[in-house]
Design a protein around this ligand. Sequence first.
Ligand code: ATP
Ligand code: MG
Length: 267
Amino acid sequence: MSHSGRCILEVRNVVKVFPPRPGRTDALLAIQDLSFTVGEGEFLTLVGPSGAGKSTLLNIIAQIDTPSAGEIWFQGRPIATAFGNALRPGWDCQIGYVTQDDNLLPWRNLLDNVLFPLRVQRRLSAESVERAKMLLKATGLEGFERYYPHELSGGMRKRASLIRTLVYDPPVILMDEPFGAVDAQTRSQLQADLLRLWNLGRKTIVFVTHDIAEAVALADRTLVLTRAPAGLAGEHLIEIPRPRDLGNIYTLRGFAELYERIRRQIQ
Ligand SMILES: Nc1ncnc2c1ncn2[C@@H]1O[C@H](COP(=O)(O)OP(=O)(O)OP(=O)(O)O)[C@@H](O)[C@H]1O
Ligand SMILES: [Mg+2]
């Protein structure tokens, strides 16, 4: 699998089998011999049907779960293997994970939510507070720092959980359908925010979605996953120039063709 730049993350022949549920005999093969690499600073999107094993894969990369076979390599060394040592979720702050739910703490205001992981790790500094405020400003959340999650809209909460991960500053960020539950308008706003923030820091991003348009609009490269068990159905370099006008993504040159190629591959 090709990408430009240095490889930061590698999924090597990963297999995931979930054991049978109590009283059943059928184990579930969720991922079958999946391999790909991710380049430093790359925006990689993974698109695949529901139940394909996408979240399972991100959980394995984030060390919330273990592979049944195969390995995850990070910066040139294995960090997860089938017979490996204890799990280290987030790999010592090196891998950030934006899950589908925003997971904000209801009893903490926006700013405290965004700073929470740093506070827990005793890494909070004047500099990180400044950075948080800069990011809040960049996404239109300035003035809402003292608001509690229930006083914010769904889109604002999504932005907050994005910023919480960015402030924490991991080199790799995993995102699992982070914009799934918002309306179309808010969604393209959030996508634009994400691209702007990515451009500021050039993190490596692995972004899971089942929305083909979203996968193409955001990515440097898109991998298409097969139905469960997840394997690789295809790889597409997205050479649409940046910055991209996400409001008019359907009219951008090359978009329609890519969209169609990926759609056919998913079926
Ligand atoms: N902890 C678990 N124990 C048993 N089976 C599981 C577990 N987690 C996931 N599965 C199964 O593995 C398969 C893949 O699930 P996964 O959540 O990875 O899919 P997904 O591609 O993220 O789907 P979606 O797009 O709907 O989020 C599903 O059949 C699911 O039921
Ligand atoms: Mg999922």
